[in-house]
Design a protein around this ligand. Structure first.
Ligand code: ATR
Length: 274
């Protein structure tokens, strides 16, 4: 019997942990599928997606730098993908229409609320960064009914534009790093500064003894942001490995109708990451 075929597409792609995660999910749930990584040419994401589905592929994950292109390509999408302005999960419906979902924000919220046991309702949340990664998580965060979300970014106009897009009955405010000096309940680093081993210029006043610090990045060592937060007395520091596994579980559930258990997969990944 041929197995259902899934893949992650990106460029570059060799570093992706998605094949490992999804193959562990398949083993655990007994689902018969194969999941591979496809390096997509920079100039032909639409053609590569089309060929994949024409050859019988069942579903795709999309990663850097194609999430916005995927958003533009789909025939229809979920409200979550619409709000995120990006798509990380593709599949076809019964009529062959290309459908898009975004599971990144769902993965973050699942990690925060279920794995980490945090109640975000009524909390003050600071989000650092105003790029695609941050836009992708704002709607699910707002769904947890925090008291407010402040978006601080190096380029202030981008934070303000994002804030005005999402501000509704829950206030969302955009500003620069220097404008935030008071403590928050939860700080989330969604900048790509860690990739360069960099730290946004932050005032230590944002961290208090009750502050939980979350970095969407992960690695064998503390990220620069979480190291800084710990040095300034944060109650807990959490990296983005849980978000990675949870967004994958959401995609798996979207395709297969079965949500795998994430804890054992996270433990296996943690062993490998360090
Ligand atoms: P992603 O999809 O990862 O969000 P992006 O859309 O390019 O990538 O956004 C990167 C984010 O990280 C932006 O908020 C960027 O700030 P600017 O909007 O001012 O460019 C932020 N960023 C990148 N490098 C940074 C650094 N060294 N210090 C602070 N912020 C940084």
């Amino acid at each position: 019997m041929t197995q259902d075929l899934y893949a992650v597409m990106g460029n570059p792609i060799s570093h992706s942990k998605s094949p490992l995660i999804h193959n562990l999910f398949a083993q655990q749930t007994g689902e018969s599928l194969e999941y591979t990584a496809i390096q997509c040419p920079m100039d032909d994401f639409p053609g590569t997606v089309r060929t994949f589905f024409e050859r019988g592929g069942k579903g795709l994950n999309v990663t850097v730098p194609f999430k916005q292109t995927a958003y533009e390509l789909v025939d229809r999408m979920t409200p979550g993908a619409e709000a995120a302005g990006a798509v990380n999960t593709l599949f076809q419906d019964a009529d062959g229409q290309l459908c898009g979902e975004n599971t990144d924000g769902l993965g973050l919220v699942q990690d925060l609320t279920v794995n980490q046991g945090l109640d975000l309702s009524g909390k003050r949340i600071l989000v650092l960064g105003a790029g695609g990664a941050v836009r992708g998580v704002l709607r699910p965060l707002l769904g947890q009914k925090p008291a407010e979300i402040v978006i601080a970014n190096r380029t202030v106009e981008k934070a303000e534009a994002l804030a005005s897009l999402f501000s509704n009955d829950i206030p969302v405010r955009g500003c620069g790093f220097a404008d935030v000096t008071e403590p928050f309940d939860l700080t989330i680093n969604g900048t790509s500064a860690s990739l360069q081993g960099d730290l946004p210029p932050l005032d230590a006043g944002i961290i208090a003894a009750h502050t939980v610090s979350y970095d969407m990045m992960y690695g064998p060592d503390l990220t620069p942001f979480n190291r800084w937060a710990r040095e300034h007395g944060a109650q807990r520091v959490i990296d983005g490995l849980g978000m990675l596994v949870e967004q994958a579980a959401e995609a798996f559930a979207c395709w297969r109708g079965v949500r795998p258990e994430t804890a054992p997969v996270m433990a296996q990944l943690r062993d490998r990451v360090g």
